[in-house]
Design a protein. Structure first.
Length: 80
């Protein structure tokens, strides 16, 4: 795979008599999360508040509600 893909351990995704489909991670599509975090951290505090997190959650493919609901604790920021 020329170093582009990293095969993941586990059972095959799909198997027939003539083929096996494995799960792999495309390394060329990895986001630079440090850059995304630094760009979102408007006040340069090293933490993202709820509004900053809400803005970037779609960019990194996450549901903002997942973080904003929390575990019932009153967390207002997420650290780098």
């Amino acid at each position: 795979f020329c170093g582009r893909y990293k095969l993941q351990f586990g059972p095959p995704e799909y198997r027939t008599k003539t083929s096996v489909v494995l799960r792999a991670q495309d390394l060329s599509e990895q986001a630079d999360y440090d850059v995304i975090f630094d760009n979102a951290d408007k006040d340069k505090s090293g933490k993202l508040d709820k509004e900053e997190l809400k803005e970037i959650s779609g960019t990194i493919g996450l549901d903002p509600g997942m973080f904003l609901r929390g575990s019932g604790k009153s967390t207002t920021t997420i650290s780098k």
